[in-house]
Design a protein around this ligand. Sequence first.
Ligand code: G4P
Length: 301
Amino acid sequence: MENTIKTPMPQIQWYPGHMKKAKDIIVNNLKLVDVVIELLDARIPYSSANPMLQEIIAGKPRLVALNKSDLADGKVTKEWVAYFRRQGIPAVAVDAPQGRGIKQLVSMTEELAKPMTDKLVSKGAKPRAARVMILGIPNVGKSSLINRLAGSNKAKTADRPGVTRAKQWIRLGGNLELLDTPGILWPKFEDMTAGLKLAFTGAINDEAIDRELITGVFLQTMAEMYPDRLRERYKLAGDLPSASHELLELIGRKRGCLVKGGIVDTEKAQRIVLADFRGGKLGTVSLDMPPQEDGVAEDKK
Ligand code: G4P
C-alpha cells in the first residue's frame, strides 16, 4: 500500500503483552471451532484487517464478513467481495444491526464447515453442529453481529467444558453453534495510512488521537475522492479550498460554529465533520480499494 500521508501516527493502546494475550486467547478458542468469521469494516477492508490473521488462525477455514456495509460504497463493497472470492475466501457484505446479509452469512458458514463435520461423521462420531467464532479488531461490530445472529436464540446452550474453561455457545438454527465470546484482534497500526483511516471511522478512540490532524487528512481525502458529498452536506459551491484548514473553516462557518468575533470554533467543526462521516451523513463512502491483482490493497485514489 502506498503511504502518501507523512504524518505522526495516532496513539493506540496496544502493547506487545496485550497482543500476545489476545493471540493466546484466540489460539485456545480456535481448537474448539471448525470455522472463523473474520469481521472487517466494509469502508476500509484493508485497513481494518489484523496484519497477523493468517498466521494466528493457522489454516483454519475462514470467511470474511464486510460489516457496516450500509455505510460503504456499494459498488466498491461488491468489488471486495469478488476479490476475496477470487482468493478462495468466501465473503459477504453485512449490516449487523439491520440484519442485512445475515442469512447468507449463516449458510456460507455452514457450507464452509461441512467438510469438517462430515469428516468427523465418517470417522464414526455422532453428527454435530458446525462451530464458529467471530474475530475482528475493536469496534468493527463483533458484539452487534453476535447479538444479531443470536436473535431469539438468546437462551444459550448449556456450558460445555472447553480446553481451559467452560464456554458459552449460541445455537443458530440446527447446524451452527457460535462461540459467544469474539476474538479481539489488534489493528494494523504500523501502517500510517491504515491508522489514519481507522481513526476516521472511529475505530480508534477519539481521545487517543490528534483530532485536528485526523480531520485535516480526512477532509483532504474526501475532497479528492468524494468532493460532491462535501458540497452537498455543507452547501458549498464551486471549487473546494485545497488547504484542509480553509475547508474546515468554511464548513465551520456554514454550520454556525462561531465564537466571539465571528471566529470559527475549529474544534467544534472537527467534531461535526467526523460525526457526520461516522453517522453516514456524508453518504456511503469507501476508503480502501481491492488490489487489481494479488497483493496489497491500494488507496482509492
Ligand atoms: P465490537 O464488538 O467489534 O467492538 O463492535 P460493536 O458491535 O460494539 O459495534 C461498534 C459500533 O458500531 C456500535 O455503535 C454499533 O452499533 C456499530 N455497528 C456495528 N455494526 C454496524 C453496521 O453494520 N452498521 C452500522 N451503521 N453500525 C454498526 P456505537 O455507536 O458504539 O454504539 P451504539 O450506537 O450501537 O450504542
